[in-house]
Each structure stands twice: as structure tokens, then as C-alpha cells.
Design a protein around this ligand. Structure first.
Ligand SMILES: *[C@@H]1O[C@H](CO)[C@@H](O)[C@H](O)[C@H]1NC(C)=O
Length: 223
């Protein structure tokens, strides 16, 4: 009896998941991203964009001032992306029964179950930093759980939510910044910010643009 219930629950979960997979979207910092809905009919009464159980206002007029606005039938665009936009989103639309247009005598408008899609939004950026400069990355966003880098040639954790900074190259401030006080060429590499499920929220690729490469002046007895 109990086992059958579990099986039903499993089946339900499988059907639910295959019907609504998480879509991965990747946008460049300061760029735009378009979250697509799939609804052709012109019977939408409301569009909700939800993240971290908060509803974000989707501007629906032509002269939108906000960063989040509707485009096309019900796609939602987020413009001028920032690192803290990274994470999970649900796009939900409420719409009316479109049968009413075909049958004018049917004066009863039956609202249908809302449709929804889930997105994982990844933000990436590429920067180049001069040797000796201070580098501040505003990547310790609220969903961040870990930061890893491969600057040493292999992936290492440099920050965790529970234990803070794990690298003597870095510090963090009371805001959301991860800081390298004086950048070295050996700090160059890819920095990844992961959430608690290990999904990548943010990728920052850092290259060194030293005024002069110190490599040139290094004495190498074996060469
Ligand atoms: C870090 O990883 C990126 C992407 O996987 C790769 O392109 C890059 O060469 C790696 N950098 C280092 C220093 O290993």
C-alpha cells in the first residue's frame, strides 16, 4: 500500500519534471536576456516573473523604464544584467479560455490553469586586470554558496558561505564583494560562483593585462 503510494509519487514527479524542465540561459553582464514563453494566443491577462519567492514587476508598456519588460506575446526581457540577477526564475502566465472568441454566445469566461516555465539564469563576464591593481568582484550574491577558481591550474575553493575566504590572496567586505588587494598574473583564470545545488550562477574570466610581463625578466637558469 505504502509502496504503491511511493510509486505513484515517483511517477507524478517524473511527469511533472519532464513537462517542465529547467531551461538554462546564459547572459553577459551588462547585456540582455530573453526568457521565452510558449503561448501563441492573444488571451493573456497577467504575466508574473518570480525569483526567490518574490514577484518581479514586468513592465508591459512601450516606454518601460524598468530593467524587466515584456516583449512579443509574453516573453520577458531582463536588460543591463548584473551578477545578482543570476539564479532560478519562474515565468507564469494567466490566460482566459480563448473559446469565447469563437462562440460569442458563450458569455462565461473560464480562466485556465496558469502555464509556467522555469529558468536557470547564468551570468558571465570577461575582464582584464593590471598587475598591482585592486580587483573587486560583486559575486557573493545571496544564492552564492561557493566560489572556485582554476587560476592555479586546478579547481580550488576560494570562498564558501559557511567558512568565508579560503585563499590568502583574497578577502571579502560586508557588501557582496570578493576582493584581490593587489592583482598578480597568477590570479588570472576562471572564477565560478555556485549555488547550494552546485549549479553555476556566475562565471568571471580574468586575464592579466600587466603593463609588462614579469615573465620576460625572470631569470631561468635552465633555459
Ligand atoms: C580554467 O578553465 C577555463 C575553462 O574551463 C580554461 O579555458 C582555462 O584555460 C583554465 N585556466 C587555467 C589557468 O587553468
Amino acid at each position: 500500500m505504502f509502496r504503491r503510494f511511493n510509486l505513484l509519487l515517483l511517477l507524478f514527479c517524473l511527469v511533472y519534471h519532464s513537462g517542465n524542465p529547467v531551461r538554462s540561459e546564459s547572459g553577459k553582464k551588462r547585456g540582455n536576456i530573453r526568457l521565452r514563453c510558449e503561448h501563441e494566443d492573444n488571451n493573456i491577462v497577467q504575466i508574473d516573473l518570480i525569483t526567490r519567492s518574490e514577484i518581479i514587476e514586468v513592465c508591459e508598456t512601450e516606454e518601460c523604464r524598468g530593467r524587466v519588460f515584456k516583449e512579443g506575446n509574453c516573453d520577458v526581457v531582463i536588460k543591463n544584467l548584473i551578477f545578482s540577477d543570476a539564479g532560478k526564475y519562474t515565468l507564469r502566465i494567466h490566460y482566459n479560455n480563448d473559446q469565447t472568441e469563437l462562440k460569442p454566445n458563450n458569455d462565461q469566461i473560464v480562466p485556465k490553469e496558469p502555464k509556467q516555465w522555469t529558468y536557470h539564469l547564468h551570468i558571465h563576464d570577461e575582464i582584464s586586470v593590471k598587475t598591482g591593481e585592486e580587483l573587486k568582484m560583486s559575486v557573493l550574491v545571496s544564492d552564492a554558496d561557493k566560489v572556485k577558481t582554476n587560476s592555479s591550474g586546478e579547481w580550488k575553493e576560494v570562498w564558501t558561505r559557511d567558512h568565508g575566504v579560503q585563499s590568502d590572496r583574497m578577502s571579502n567586505d560586508t557588501d557582496i564583494n570578493l576582493i584581490i588587494k593587489s592583482f598578480l598574473d597568477s590570479d588570472a583564470g576562471t572564477y565560478r560562483v555556485l549555488d547550494t545545488e552546485g549549479e553555476i550562477l556566475i562565471t568571471v574570466t580574468i586575464t592579466a593585462s600587466g603593463t609588462e610581463s614579469p615573465e620576460k625578466h625572470r631569470y631561468r637558469p635552465n633555459e
